[in-house]
Design a protein around this ligand. Structure first.
Ligand SMILES: Nc1nc2c(c(=O)[nH]1)N[C@H]1C(S)=C(S)[C@@H](COP(=O)(O)O)O[C@H]1N2
Ligand SMILES: [Mo]
Length: 424
């Protein structure tokens, strides 16, 4: 203690305080971005600012780690006889550094292959599942009335050995004569245990659901694809008859799970009123009803699906109409330069250049792994652009328009890159 430079304890305490606030806001913004039920409340205009804030705070948290590293050796020496604090410190460091590294991959997602992003997202999520409850526990149990009475009693900084936890030094401890009344121990321990149990009970079910879905692509090899496609898939009748290639799904079906994204309440469709239109700068504009649409000839492809937020679904067997065939059938006017896609949700749109639209794996899809596409995942008809991030893959597609000037899509308008190519 005598060797301590003045200010060391204060420095640590300051770092701890800043770190606490930054991690708190990171947790809140992170949950806003990823939690399905909450994500819906964030309208499109908020998503990107929240994401930017999350990224900036993540970088700041990296700076704090950087500032802490030179102090770490001395801090470790100080707490060498406090296994609980050492445990806490190592766990928090694993959390922070893990979040930081996986966060960098997710932030710079386009610089990495999609497998990296998928791994980084799983790490980021897993650390959140473990870290957020731990941090809640850690924060609450350090509120004064949850501490041992003799720790609460220490006021003078001289007697404090660890400036972060305010724990007294061993020497100081022995100087404070205190006999703890037994009932209080029980009560304090009871509170801690209840808190721990409550957190576990609150989180376990969602955690296990996450384990079986989000990690479906890598940890488990079970076919995943879409949850529950068997029920009333999308309200359309008759069901499309799948081609043989589509039924014999390659490799046993998709690997990984789709997260359901929508920027509106889920739209509902009915085969009696649904229609699909191609118009704009074409020679033969057309509108099909469901039965007519099902009569268009389809092909089958197997492709990967990558969301720009990190998750992927591999080996999807899609059956549908190649976009190039639809364009050819419509006959393009010479001034047609871009293809604009409209979602039946009335809000979401996106565009491709003619050249992109004519890539042979761009598909107006009707079946996934041999089954009708569930409405949650864009059924009855969705666009698939495997070589680009999935914000190009417009769900509930019901209109294609040929235009002469570029159109900025829904997410591109809100900060996503207009260059959506996946770096494979
Ligand atoms: N109409 C519509 N299409 C959409 C979206 C959307 O919110 N609305 N989200 C896009 C994004 S960002 C992704 S990753 C995929 C998600 O598809 P899924 O919800 O079937 O998993 O759909 C894309 N197409
Ligand atoms: Mo996405």
């Amino acid at each position: 203690m005598s060797k301590r430079k003045p200010g060391f304890g204060k420095q640590l305490a300051e770092l701890h305080r800043w770190n606490g606030w930054i991690v708190l806001i990171l947790a809140i913004t992170g949950l806003l971005l990823s939690w399905e039920t909450v994500r819906g409340w964030l309208s499109g205009h908020f998503r990107n600012p929240v994401k930017q804030l999350h990224i900036i705070l993540g970088i700041l948290s990296g700076v704090l780690i950087f500032l802490y590293l030179p102090l770490m050796k001395r801090h470790l020496k100080q707490i060498r006889q406090r296994p609980k604090q050492k445990g806490n410190l190592s766990f928090v460091m694993v959390l922070l550094i893990g979040w930081l590294l996986s966060g960098i991959v997710l932030w710079q997602i386009r610089k990495f292959p999609p497998e990296w992003a998928n791994g980084a997202l799983i790490v980021h999520d897993l650390l959140t599942w473990a870290g957020v409850p731990y941090i809640i526990y850690h924060s609450v149990t350090r509120i004064k009335w949850m501490k041992k009475p003799e720790r609460r009693a220490i006021k003078t900084t001289d007697a404090i050995d660890d400036p972060i936890t305010q724990a007294p030094s061993v020497a100081a401890h022995t100087k404070v004569p205190y006999s703890e009344p037994t009932p209080w121990i029980n009560r304090r321990q009871f509170l801690r245990w209840s808190l721990g149990a409550a957190l576990t009970v609150a989180i376990a079910p969602s955690f296990f659901r996450w384990l079986t879905t989000a990690t479906g692509g890598t940890i488990s090899t079970a076919p995943g694809g879409m949850k529950d496609v068997s029920d009333a898939a999308n309200g359309m009748l008759p069901n499309p008859t799948p081609l043989p290639d589509s039924v014999n799904v390659v490799g046993g079906g998709a690997k990984g799970y789709f997260r359901v994204y929508t920027v509106t309440p889920l739209p509902t469709f009915d085969s009696k009123t649904w229609s699909f239109t191609i118009n704009g700068l074409v020679d033969k504009p057309a509108t099909w009803n469901w039965e007519q649409f099902l009569a268009l000839s389809r092909t089958v492809q197997v492709s990967d699906f990558h969301c720009v937020t990190g998750w992927s679904v591999y080996k999807n067997t899609w059956e549908g109409i190649p976009l190039s065939a639809l364009l050819k059938q419509a006959g393009l006017k010479s001034n047609a330069k871009f293809v604009k896609f409209y979602s039946g949700d009335g809000v979401y749109t996106d565009t491709l250049t003619l050249e992109q639209a004519n890539m042979d794996d761009v598909m107006v899809a009707v079946l996934h792994d041999g089954k009708p596409i569930h409405r949650d995942y864009g059924g009855p008809v969705r666009l698939i652009v495997p070589k680009m991030y999935a914000y190009k893959s417009v769900k509930w597609l019901d209109r294609i328009e040929l235009i002469d000037k570029d159109h900025i899509g829904y997410w591109e308008e809100r900060g996503y890159d207009t260059d959506a190519w996946v770096n494979t």
